[in-house]
Design a protein around this ligand. Structure first.
Ligand code: B16
Ligand code: MG
Length: 213
């Protein structure tokens, strides 16, 4: 079956705010005296905010209460949102604009399936607030990637069966989520090297070879 819907992950596919996440978490970790580096940061891709904090706290020398965790996560989010004000259309990843425009010409429906609760702000900053047929994000789901919930909800909102959907992902947790949703997945960035991905993309534009037409 030809794909009739493309579900894009947001961070690492449409735009990369990885560095903003890293610098914001780094400030929190440094303040708390917790070791945090880019290797650990790589494990946070596609993972929800509270699960990201749990990964960071693996290196902590003491237990943190639920209330302390809420405060740390809220402080990190405030730093991250402040950094997001710098984001503009110029930060769209290569090929995204052209790919979206070509998919629309082909009447392919497009959706966002992101773990981020800041999806609306990010899309507004990069000028894509009104481009997608459905946006499903961290505010809509109970279980984040690798759980398939975000992609299944996106497909349901588009009235599509999983086999009609192609997911584009940069994170291993997202590749697993798509597979568990019964969808084919195209890997970009780090996920292009994931052997579980159905397609490895050099550029996001490569999906145009097998979507529609
Ligand atoms: P927030 P994606 C994910 O976005 C990021 O990859 C991940 O690093 C982040 O922890 C997660 O969003 C939650 O973000 O704190 O803004 O809710 O890749 O699923 O679009
Ligand atoms: Mg991502």
């Amino acid at each position: 079956m030809r794909f009739t819907v493309v579900i894009f992950d947001l961070d690492g596919v449409i735009v990369s705010t990885d560095e903003y996440h890293y610098l914001s978490w780094k400030k929190i970790a440094d303040r708390e005296g917790i070791v945090f580096n880019r290797d650990i940061n790589n494990r946070l891709r596609g993972v929800s905010r509270m699960e990201s904090l749990a990964i960071i706290l693996e290196k902590a020398s003491r237990e943190y209460s639920a209330n302390e965790k809420e405060v740390l996560a809220a402080t990190k989010n405030a730093l991250y949102r402040e950094a997001l004000t710098e984001l503009t259309e110029q930060d769209l990843l290569p090929g995204i604009k052209e790919t979206i425009s070509e998919l629309k010409k082909r009447y392919i429906k497009i959706a966002i399936g992101s773990s981020s609760k800041n999806t609306a702000l990010i899309l507004k900053q990069v000028g894509l607030a009104h481009e997608f047929d459905a946006v499903v994000d961290g505010n809509d789901i109970k279980n984040s990637k690798p759980d398939p919930e975000v992609f299944l909800l996106a497909a349901a909102r588009m009235g599509a069966a999983p086999e009609q959907c192609l997911v584009v992902e940069d994170a291993d947790s997202g590749v697993d989520a798509a597979i568990r949703a019964g969808m084919k997945v195209a890997g970009v960035g780090q996920a292009a090297a994931n052997s579980k991905a159905s397609f490895a993309l050099g550029s996001v534009k490569d999906i145009l070879a097998f979507v529609g037409c």
